[in-house]
Ligand binder design. Structure first.
Ligand code: NAP
Length: 284
């Protein structure tokens, strides 16, 4: 068999990453004899590792924690979107060996929201975004670019929400007080958890959902576990819920296309394949 393109995911640690399982599923479905490798790199080795990728024949790589911000400073160029987000999760390598950093987390977040709640109209809507880390920043930009009417940024450490709001420089985005999170849900069309709360081993996100309007959507980007305490509480109250696994899958679509030259299909069988690795079922 003729070897196909080579790609991988660079992180530290990286052994837990679902990306190899995801990309290898699509490789097999498309009949492409490509490779997708795990590329562990501690922070001090990141620059050298990235520099060697072109020579090793890589078409590109995904970048995961903790390198998303550091890698942005090490590539030859970044897309305007990635520059605004300040982090990259995708590197394309051109035939001359130049590295281009991009961010597909923002698009992945939105694509999964649109797939899960196709009637959600961001224009004029009010959204509450919890968190001010790398993921929250990508999501804030995705929602603003999609035309969200008002974006309230809440974070445990208020100063980080303030600096995110300032960096966004958009009058629709305002920081609020973390302790006001339940009260601020009134009139919100969308609640997004982009903190680590609810992850396996972390405390649950403590929020009273009673002020959220009945048609409100609750989106938790945490996917381990798939059914977080937040999504379980939202489901009990009859709100529409959106889980974090779809964002992970959708952010990988442009990556696969960049590495292997074909746009992959997101389907229920792929979700089941990934849920199996997470030890979960669709019902949660
Ligand atoms: P990060 O940069 O480390 O940010 C962590 C955020 O969580 C910060 O806002 C932090 O607030 C908050 N936080 C942590 N512990 C908290 C606590 N006890 N109480 C209140 N807030 C707390 O992480 P990230 O990269 O943005 O990722 C955030 C989450 O998103 C992770 O669970 C990650 O796995 C998930 N994620 C999912 C996808 C996907 O495709 N589904 C993609 C990216 C990330 P402070 O500023 O106060 O510390």
């Amino acid at each position: 068999m003729i070897p196909g393109p080579r790609a991988g995911v660079i992180g530290w640690p990286v052994a837990h990453s679902l990306s190899p399982r995801l990309h290898r599923y699509w490789l097999e479905a498309a009949g492409i004899a490509g490779a997708y490798d795990l590329l562990p790199a501690p922070p001090e080795a990141l620059a050298t590792r990235l520099r060697g990728l072109a020579q090793e024949g890589y078409a590109g790589v995904n970048v995961t924690a903790p390198h998303k911000e550091a890698a942005l400073l090490l590539v030859d160029r970044v897309t305007p979107l990635a520059a605004r987000i300040g982090a990259i999760n995708l590197i394309r390598i051109d035939p001359q060996g130049r590295l281009e950093g991009d961010n597909s987390d923002a698009g992945g977040f939105l694509a999964h929201l649109q797939a899960s709640a196709p009637d959600f109209e961001p224009k004029g809507a009010r959204a509450l975004l919890l968190g001010a880390g790398g993921a929250a920043r990508a999501i804030a930009i995705a929602l603003l670019d999609a035309g969200i009417g008002q974006l309230i940024l809440l974070n445990r450490t208020r100063a980080r929400a303030d600096s995110l709001a300032a960096a966004l420089g958009d009058s629709r985005a305002k920081a609020g007080d973390w302790h006001e999170r339940a009260a601020l849900l009134g009139d919100a069309a969308l609640l997004v958890n982009a903190t680590t709360l609810g992850m396996a081993g972390q405390p649950a996100l403590d929020i009273d959902l009673s002020a959220l309007p009945a048609e409100g959507i609750v989106y938790d980007i945490v996917y381990k576990p798939l059914l977080t305490p937040l999504l379980a509480a939202a489901g009990m109250r009859g709100f529409r819920t959106v889980d974090g696994l779809g964002m992970l899958i959708h952010q990988a679509v442009p990556a696969f296309e960049a590495f292997y030259g074909q746009r992959p299909v997101v389907d229920a069988a792929l979700r089941r394949h990934l849920l199996e690795a997470l030890g979960e079922t669709e019902a949660g």
